[in-house]
Design a protein around this ligand. Structure first.
Ligand code: ADP
Ligand code: MG
Length: 312
């Protein structure tokens, strides 16, 4: 099997919804990733943080009530940084152990990653990114009364939404390259990266959460990956998802994918950013393939046995 450079984007189901769940979930996730490494592929890992960044934000708000010296609001950029660290900690340990169990000698490192966004990105005026736990209608109304934006999320309940600007530049890309050149397995751009804007030499954190699907795509382009694999809770992408005439997709061209996006087949905030990231990656250079599949089927996906691929 030919060795490929693969950027893996891990979704919510790879990490669980709370600390004990995460500790267990990363063990399964580590196995799926180690399968790809064992086949000789070079792997770079990115991940989401929707539930986690919401949890941290809530926890900090609660703490602020007990400490008058602490500001009431902890910037979302700081919350993303915290999420990168503790998710990276669990993930890198689980992967380290899984590789040792298979006698694979490789270092695993998490890079606290900042991602530059455009201060004028229209997303700041229109929050769309769901974070935190699902809420009932009553909880959603209470959250709105507290000044938060809340939206219905793909028929699964209500969630807080925050601004989700597009990633422009990965600040630590040089560090990521250095680690890759040294043969390390890198975990980077967690939670879409810490959103920052540039003010001369100063990087200023901003109140937003970048979509991990878009950040992973930028990372994949920057490291010249062959594959962008978005691992999520469904085996394939569907047309007419959840309807009687639902149709699972195996392999689609960038052109077909663009057409399906126009026809509104993919839910904003969940499948739409994945397909858009897939289109962006696959159209960026010949030979680049985007694959969307189930976490547990990553290896089958890469070997063409399952998943939805987007190709030029
Ligand atoms: P992740 O945490 O991996 O980013 P999301 O929940 O954000 O996962 O997105 C994956 C979900 O998107 C699927 O579990 C499914 O419920 C939903 N979805 C929406 N539209 C589609 C579609 N057209 N095909 C498949 N899944 C879809
Ligand atoms: Mg998502």
């Amino acid at each position: 099997m030919e060795k490929k450079r693969i950027v893996i984007a891990l979704g919510g189901n790879a990490l669980g919804k709370n600390l004990p769940e995460q500790y267990i979930a990363v063990q399964t996730t580590a196995k799926a990733i180690a399968d790809l490494i064992e086949e000789g592929n070079e792997v770079i890992i990115a991940h989401g943080n929707g539930p986690q960044v919401g949890m941290i934000n809530n926890a900090m708000a609660f703490y602020a009530k007990t400490d008058p010296a602490h500001p009431a609001i902890t910037p979302l950029s700081v919350c993303v940084a915290m999420s990168q660290a503790y998710i990276g900690y669990d993930l890198q340990n689980a992967l380290r152990e899984e590789l040792l169990n298979r006698n694979i000698k490789k270092e695993v490192a998490t890079v606290i990653t900042q991602v530059r966004v455009d201060a004028d990105d229209p997303a700041f005026q229109n929050p769309t990114k769901p974070i935190g736990h699902f809420m009932t209608k009553e909880e959603a109304e209470a959250a709105e009364a507290d000044g938060m934006h809340v939206m219905e999320d793909a028929g699964r309940g209500y969630r807080r939404v925050v601004a989700s600007p597009k990633p422009v530049e990965i600040i630590e890309i040089g560090t990521i390259h250095a680690l890759l050149n040294d043969g390390c397995i890198v975990i980077a751009a967690g939670g879409g990266g810490i959103p920052v804007i540039r003010r001369g030499n100063h990087l200023k954190g901003v109140g937003a959460v970048i979509d991990k699907d878009f950040a992973s795509c930028l990372l994949a382009k920057n490291v010249d990956a062959d594959y962008l694999i978005i691992l999520t809770a469904v085996d394939k992408v569907a047309l007419n998802f959840g309807k009687p005439d639902q149709k699972w997709l195996d392999c689609i061209s960038v052109e077909e994918a663009r057409q399906y996006v126009k026809e509104g087949h993919f839910a904003p905030g969940s499948m739409l950013p994945k397909v858009e990231a897939g289109i962006d990656f696959a159209s960026s250079k010949p030979g680049r393939t985007a694959l969307i599949t189930l976490l547990s089927r990553a290896r089958d996906g890469v070997n063409g046995k399952t998943g939805t691929r987007i190709v030029m």
